[in-house]
Design a protein around this ligand. Structure first.
Ligand code: FAD
Length: 467
């Protein structure tokens, strides 16, 4: 019996994908930037099967590459080219185990799609606030492993903040059931946090207990045209003071990004004519009535225009309006992927440095090449920008890639100068591993290696990623 036959016997034949054509979708990342090879793809249905598969990997010294919806943007779920690894994909591990409306928690398996969890929460008159444009495809396991952020972090925090407990299969195949549903648990090291953001390098997350919130009755969306990033930041301060916790999202979109999204969505009538240099999309969520929220939103927009922070504003009048304004923002990643060939950065900065960063980096990129066009958008309320650099419209989309190394040097030098981070929410994966590790102190690198060594001494969990 070959080792692979043994795995088939353990999990069942239907849980193992071995033919090259059938494996192909699991071997290339969402952006099409990385393609690897694998021994096989395992599709376990239960935590016990994940434990059997990981235990088999430990016995045969086979690397494990956990994979959820494969929507990650840093190549974290793609195996290397050796063909030695087992891709362990979780689409069949997708039961909702419990919804507890007294405790406001939901316990789900790792392969549940984010959208599915949001829908189940909604059916129980609750909100699960994690919200990403990839929510129809990405999974809770992937969200936790990459500590996903998205559009509601401003109010509710990122995946780390939304998780109360996890169940994990450790590198030797042991199951750790840490599915606690407690908001207070002060009994030593918070082990679940080790696995959140670990990008599959410490264990396979098989289930999680997540926080639920009251469902907002009103979601008002305002689109505001701004002259520059400094005006958008002044507007953020005003919106915070005005709305308090009702401000649930504050997104910045540059003119070229808005144009691209509108072209991608084939909009007949753009939101603003002409497209402003910068646009802010803010969301106001309240348990009150729509008329009250609409008046409050209108007052905020009027005050921002009076103060010169905004030049024009559109306020949603219905849920349909709100959705169509959000669609503009949510279309950007896919529109950029379709346009092809930009150099991506997912950076985090102290807000006070943001306007200076955008100004200096834009000028340095222009000095590098007049063909380059920054395509900037992101979660300004969290200090997080997707600072992507493409080519000007008339040029081939790949023109920016020719300058990739120099672009990265310019952007990351400014990030460091501003005291920022080279990954705000996408993680390090294989794309940013070197850069991320190089910017850590010796003490931090030593701690990270000690954790990796303690939990995965054989180095089989997602090798070549993060660390
Ligand atoms: P995968 O891509 O399959 O894996 C991601 C990482 O997690 C890999 O390292 C993988 O090994 C590991 N992993 C997966 N499942 C497990 C598991 N069960 N146990 C242990 N490790 C595991 N991200 C944001 O943060 N904010 C955004 O706003 C955002 N918007 C996006 C928009 C689009 C259109 C796209 C395509 C992506 C976007 N992303 C965003 C990135 C991506 O969707 C998130 O990182 C998401 O959390 C990945 O989930 P996934 O299930 O697809 O994980």
């Amino acid at each position: 019996m070959t080792p692979l036959d043994e795995l088939r016997a353990l999990l069942g034949n239907e849980a193992i994908v071995g033919q090259p054509a059938d494996m192909a979708p699991y071997l290339t990342d969402w952006r099409g930037r990385y393609t690897g090879r694998a021994l096989a793809v395992a599709l376990p249905r239960t935590t016990a099967q994940v434990a059997q598969a990981v235990g088999w990997c430990a016995r045969h010294r086979v690397p494990v590459v956990p994979q959820g919806g494969n929507t990650g943007l840093v190549g974290g779920a793609t195996p290397d080219g050796s063909g030695r690894a087992l891709v362990l994909a979780t689409p069949r591990l997708c039961q909702v185990r419990e919804v507890d409306t007294d405790n406001d928690t939901i316990t789900v398996e790792a392969g549940c799609r984010l959208q599915q969890v949001q829908d189940v929460a909604h059916a129980h008159d609750r909100l699960f606030p994690l919200s990403l444009a990839s929510q129809g495809s990405c999974t809770i396991g992937g969200n936790l492993a990459s500590n996903a952020g998205g559009t509601q972090v401003l109010r509710y925090g990122n995946a780390r903040d939304l998780t109360l407990g996890v169940e994990v299969v450790l590198a030797d195949g042991t199951v750790w059931n840490g599915l606690r549903a407690l908001r207070k648990d002060n009994t030593g090291y918070d082990l679940k946090q080790l696995f959140i953001g670990s990008e599959g390098t410490l264990g396979v997350i098989t289930a999680a207990t997540l926080k639920l919130f009251p469902l907002p009755r009103v979601r008002l969306v305002c689109l505001l045209a701004c002259a520059d990033p400094a005006a958008a930041i002044a507007l953020l301060q005003r919106a915070r003071a005005h709305a308090g916790p009702a401000l649930t999202a504050f997104e910045l979109i540059s003119g070229p990004c808005l144009d691209l999204a509108q072209r991608f969505l084939a909009r007949q009538r753009p939101g603003f004519v002409p497209t402003p240099p910068w646009t802010v999309l803010l969301e106001w969520s309240e348990p009150t009535d729509a008329a009250h929220a609409e008046r409050a939103g209108e007052r905020l927009c009027a005050a921002a225009i009076d103060a010169g922070e905004a030049r024009d504003a559109i306020v949603s009048r219905s849920l349909e309006d709100a959705r169509s304004l959000w669609a503009l923002r949510e279309a950007i990643p896919e529109a950029q992927a379709r346009a092809g060939g930009n150099v991506k950065h997912d950076i985090s900065l102290p807000l006070g440095t943001m306007a200076g960063f955008i100004g200096r980096t834009g000028a340095a990129l222009q000095a590098l090449s007049a063909d380059l066009e920054p395509m900037v958008f992101g979660h300004l309320g969290d200090g997080n920008l997707h600072y992507n650099v493409g080519a000007r419209a008339a040029l081939p989309a790949t023109a920016a890639l020719a300058h990739e190394a120099a672009i990265n040097d310019i952007v990351y030098a400014e990030v460091v100068r501003c005291g920022g981070s080279v990954s705000a929410e996408h993680g390090l994966g294989q794309l940013r591993r070197e850069r991320g590790m190089a910017l850590k102190s010796d003490a931090e690198r030593t701690l990270l290696r000690a954790i990796k060594q303690a939990l995965d001494p054989a180095g089989l969990m997602n090798p070549g990623k993060l660390i």
